[in-house]
Design a protein around this ligand. Structure first.
Ligand code: 3HC
Ligand code: NAI
Length: 694
């Protein structure tokens, strides 16, 4: 075997030139891979001993894309285009044999081969859209020619992967093989022996025909994805590239693809999305808890409370085949909880995600109980009873006496003092917070709350478990509301102040929506229910708008009205004149002279307190790094990924500008709420940003 570069080898085996890529962990198309591919393919093409060329990867996956770490730097060595041209123009068949994930530039490399085979577990995708770019190595021009325009649009605009079955059915691969090397070799030999044509995707135009006869296809597609793609630039650029396949030559299409790629990659949105890609992976790392920290096997889980969260959290475990015993305080609550879990699973039958038998099987893993004693042999118990510290302490005191030693005890509290909860047990090192977000079976964010005494193996286990459940874990220290809700409270305070002082809820919501959130704070309040934490006895409708709305039974979407009125069928919202009247009345009573706010000021008043609180959270060591805060906000609260997260955004505005505004608002309002965090003062004095702390 000859080493072509430090990442690529070439060996002639039984008449096939095997080009092997080895660039762990994901065989990204780093310079050594591009150089190696180019040289190895040329060398193999010139070698008469080789009748065919097979491209294969070592390790866990085929090429998973361009090396994202090289983005933004001047490109060195062979370009991906030169490597692809060498492959496409080879005088003998070039076959890729694929395992793991063929993604981005990886799949684009495979598409420049004459043939592709894969093992049954392989997955394929062009996920560039998640990085704010488009497939820039011919993917937008080649994929539609292989799988058809509609499939290609769906794959590239969603960024989702397809499996080997789909790939085979749609011409993306030519065969499914049992063994990566042997199967690939056999296929390559067969193609050479049969003298099959050297298929160049660039010349294959048949699959474009359907789209040519369906001129509305692109506009229908744009409409269908508009809600999901709002604010992002890459989806529209991808659609335009695919449109080019129908009107331009392949080479012109490639040229236009390149131009659009260059615009996207130099923009702030792609920079934010690429930052976010690494931020999410960084969040997995805990500096003082090494990767090889021992973990505790979790084979049986206990759940306390079968309400909104208990049921949803249980579904995560059941779906992974982990049995759950769920304990409630009354039979009625237990029945209601189980019925809801079943109903949620049954929804998947319609879309074909699961069968009735599948639902029964999952429900069979869920054991209902009215006794905490049934949790004695669980490896982990998660408490999701009402948000009340005394109740939670009572539950943990009991659990401590019941559950076996060596089991993890977790609370799903969304804001309470996890140290105080741990302190009622004789094993605080086994206690931590696992703050799932609602709906817990869908939302991917999981705040792992590290209490003062939580042990490293317990923390490592929770992180590993989160990954197994498909969640995105972020570590938070203990403070009221942890990272996410603590920051949310600050935005909420200002949003309410804005309506006291001059804005209307819909004006505030529109600004936040236009910034890129799925909805503003008032629409969100209506969705969650305005009566959370409200009770009729202590209601202050004479002073507080939210209380007044609850008194009027305008308790949010579930009641048909709140800050807004909701259409019973479409759930479309419209502003309510009565709410406007109430707001004006309350301001008058409080002696406030209302004034107009510009959109810019509304935005700053809502977002800058979040940045300031994020900085305090960092200074107190509650968050490990600024990017963790961004991961929480992107995943848990709908912060637009193309703005990176509050801390990334602060850097793009300029921390000095944020600081100046905080001071201006402080003087104007004469309110300590605006007191700038010492961290922001320090960073500005040193000419640094949050990015320098990551
Ligand atoms: N470039 C550089 N590093 C990468 C990378 C890439 N394309 N893909 C993954 N990595 C790194 C990760 O940062 C991580 O590093 P770390 O261990 O230091 O944190 C390591 O590889 C392992 O990654 P994951 O933790 O994500 O591993 P998983 O096994 O969970 O997932 C994966 C593997 C599905 C390949 C996932 O990493 C992934 O989705 N990667 C990105 C794929 C992608 O976006 N490709 C397109 C790139 S853009 C492109 O190709 C442009 C072209 O069109 C010109
Ligand atoms: P919920 O009111 O829907 O459910 C709580 C359930 O606990 C009820 O069914 C109740 O009967 C049961 N329960 C009360 N005391 C019990 C006891 N001693 N033993 C057994 N069961 C008992 O509440 P929800 O929304 O599920 O919240 C649960 C926890 O999750 C709270 O701490 C909350 O702050 C937190 N949380 C809630 C989120 C949400 O959006 N609802 C989001 C994230 C966290």
């Amino acid at each position: 075997m000859a080493a072509i570069t430090d990442m690529v080898d070439l060996e002639i085996q039984d008449g096939v030139a095997v080009v092997r890529i080895d660039n762990p962990p994901v065989n990204a198309l780093s310079r050594g891979v591009r150089d190696g591919l180019f040289q190895a393919v040329n060398q193999a093409d010139a070698d008469d001993a080789a009748k065919a060329i097979l491209i294969i990867c070592s390790g866990r996956t085929y090429i998973a894309g361009a090396d994202i770490k090289e983005f933004g730097k001047p490109q060195e060595g062979t370009s991906i285009f030169d490597a692809q041209t060498a492959i496409e123009n080879a005088s003998k068949p070039v076959v890729s044999t694929i395992h793991g994930t063929a993604l981005g530039g990886g799949l684009e490399t495979a598409l420049s081969c004459h043939y592709r085979v894969a093992v049954a577990s392989a997955k394929f995708g062009l996920p560039e859209v998640h990085l704010g770019i488009l497939p820039g190595a011919g993917g937008t021009q080649r994929l539609p020619r292989v799988v058809g325009v509609k499939n290609a649009l769906e794959m590239m605009v969603s960024g989702k992967m397809v499996n080997a079955k789909f790939a085979l059915a749609n011409g993306l691969i030519d065969e499914i093989v049992d063994d990566l090397l042997e199967g690939g070799m056999a296929f390559a030999k067969k193609v050479a022996a049969e003298g099959r044509p050297l298929v160049k995707v660039r010349e294959a135009n048949e699959k474009l025909e359907d789209a040519k006869n369906d001129p509305d296809l692109f506009d229908r597609f744009r409409k269908a994805v508009s809600r999901k793609t709002r604010g992002f630039d890459a989806p529209e650029a991808i659609i335009q590239c695919v449109e080019d396949t129908l009107t331009k030559s392949f080479d012109e299409g490639i040229q236009a693809e390149r131009e659009r790629f260059n615009v996207l990659i130099s923009g702030i949105k792609s920079e934010a999305q690429r930052y976010y890609f690494f931020a999410e992976r960084q969040a997995n790392k805990i500096p003082d808890v090494p990767r090889d920290t021992e973990t505790i096997p979790i084979n049986k889980v206990g759940m306390i409370g079968a309400g909104t969260m208990g049921g949803g959290i249980s579904m995560n475990f059941l779906s992974k085949g982990i049995p759950v015993t769920i304990v409630e305080s009354t039979q009625e609550a237990l029945d209601r909880g189980l019925a809801l879990v079943r109903k949620n699973y049954m929804r998947g039958i319609k879309s074909g995600r699961i069968t009735k038998e599948g639902v029964d099987k999952l429900m069979g893993l869920l054991s209902p109980s009215l006794s905490l004693e049934d949790l004695a042999d669980c490896d982990m118990v998660i408490e999701a009873v009402f948000e009340n510290l005394d109740l939670k302490k009572e539950v943990f005191t009991k659990l401590d006496g019941i559950v076996k030693q060596g089991a993890i005890l977790a609370t799903n509290s969304s804001a309470l003092d996890v140290n105080a909860i741990a302190a009622v047990t004789k094993r605080p090192e086994w206690v931590l917070g696992t703050h799932f977000f609602s709906p817990a079976n869908i939302m991917r964010l999981l705040e792992i709350v590290r209490a003062d005494k939580t042990s490293k193996p317990v923390l490592a286990t929770a992180m590993g478990l989160a990954k197994k459940l498909g969640k995105i874990p972020v570590v938070s220290g203990v403070c009221p509301g942890f990272i996410g809700n603590r920051i949310l409270f600050q935005r909420g305070i200002q949003a309410e102040k804005l309506i006291d002082e001059g804005a209307m809820p819909w004006e505030v919501d529109d600004v936040i929506y236009d910034f890129g959130f799925p909805m503003g704070p008032f629409a969100m309040g209506d969705l969650a229910g305005l009566d959370i934490g409200w009770d009729a006895e202590s209601s202050r409708g004479d002073k507080i708008l939210k209380d007044k709305l609850c008194e009027l039974n305008r308790r949010g979407q579930k009641a048909g009205s709140g800050y807004y009125n909701y259409d019973p069928e479409t759930r479309a919202k419209t502003p309510e004149p009565l709410v406007e009247e109430l707001i004006l009345e309350l301001s008058k009573k409080a002696g406030i002279t209302r004034r107009e706010f510009s959109n810019e000021e509304i935005l700053q008043r809502c977002i800058y307190p979040m940045i300031n609180e994020g900085a305090r959270i960092l200074d107190e060591g509650i968050s490990q790094r600024p990017s963790d805060i961004d991961v929480v906000w992107v995943n848990g609260y709908g912060w637009p990924t193309y703005r990176g997260g509050p801390m990334f955004y602060a850097d793009t505005v300029g921390l000095d500008k944020v600081l100046a505004k905080l001071k201006e608002f402080q003087t104007q309002d004469n309110d300590d709420f605006w007191q700038p965090s010492p961290l922001i003062e320090r960073l500005v004095a040193e000419g640094k940003g949050f990015k320098d702390m990551n």
